[in-house]
Design a protein around this ligand. Structure first.
Ligand SMILES: O=C(O)C(=O)C[C@]1(C(=O)O)C=C[C@@H](O)C=C1
Length: 266
């Protein structure tokens, strides 16, 4: 507890920069999303759908639910539009946004400097950080990174996001396994195929509430500091100013808190 993760540098390749710059120019020529979204009547939202309580896609119906899905609905409505969810992954979310496949990225996204090179972020709406989630009988065994990073300890991680970045930076002795599906990863710990996952404190609170076998380890004192925000296209200043004002209001007038409480009661 107390050690912080250092931001890793992810140099953007020249080809990637050229692509992002071309997308920036094309977007600027089309004008601000603050006008285009109401004209279109549609707000295109990139979301992974694999991260409760923020963004969950029902595998049968395809319907999206979650705190950030509620927020997306409100943001769209405030712009006289309907939300349209564009499926993405943690590894591709920011590139999808930068390439213009959606207008905003939502669903428990952490602000990172690597992402901020390719996209803008709204004002943050939540403070979070990585913390362990384990079988309850192990909750006094894995309190520090030192206790977790021991030979024989099996750490599991989902791919493509800040969890993987954090695990790769801190796990040297323990066995690190990448589990491809974030919707079933907690079953790996319950079934005893893995011992520890380190993920956002908000997720450990939610998953330990719905799985009595699982305990969040010191979620109020996570190993790292991060902030959740919405991802926006680079250079669309009018749209960013609008979304910032909207986030500010929603996080101060009780709207965000209401959605969070609804989800945490499940
Ligand atoms: O990459 C991010 O921004 C996230 O915070 C998402 C992330 C991750 O770090 O992989 C966090 C928790 C969920 O389990 C899934 C994805």
């Amino acid at each position: 507890v107390g050690s912080t993760s250092q931001p890793t540098s992810h140099p953007t390749s020249q080809a990637e920069s050229a692509q992002v710059n071309a997308a920036d120019r094309a977007r600027q020529q089309r004008g601000t999303l603050l006008d285009r979204v109401p004209e279109r009547g549609v707000l295109r939202v990139c979301t992974t759908g694999d991260y409760r309580p923020f963004s969950h896609r029902d595998p049968k119906s395809g319907a999206y639910t979650g705190i950030d899905i509620k927020m997306a609905g409100d943001l769209a409505k405030s712009l006289d539009a309907k939300p349209k969810y564009v499926p993405t992954t943690w590894a591709t979310l920011v590139d999808d946004l930068a390439a213009g496949r959606c207008d905003v990225g939502m669903g428990g996204v952490s602000v990172t400097l690597a992402r901020a090179r390719k996209a803008s972020f709204s004002e943050p709406y939540l403070t979070d950080g990585k913390t362990p989630i384990v079988r309850c009988e192990d909750k006094d065994k894995y309190r520090t990174l030192e206790e977790i990073d021991q030979p024989g300890v099996r750490v599991v991680v989902n791919p493509g996001g800040t969890n993987e970045q954090f695990a790769r930076a801190h796990i040297k002795q323990a066995t690190l396994t990448v589990h491809p599906d974030n919707t079933t990863i907690f079953d790996e710990i319950i079934a005893g195929r893995a011992d520890v996952m380190m993920t956002d404190a908000s997720e450990t609170r939610y998953q330990s509430a719905i799985h009595p076998e699982l305990c969040a380890v010191h979620p109020d004192e996570p190993f790292s500091f991060s902030e959740k925000a919405y991802v926006l296209p680079r250079g669309d200043v009018q749209f960013k100013e609008y979304v910032d004002q909207w986030v500010h209001l929603a996080t101060h007038d009780g709207t965000y808190k209401k959605y969070e409480d609804e989800w945490m009661k499940r």
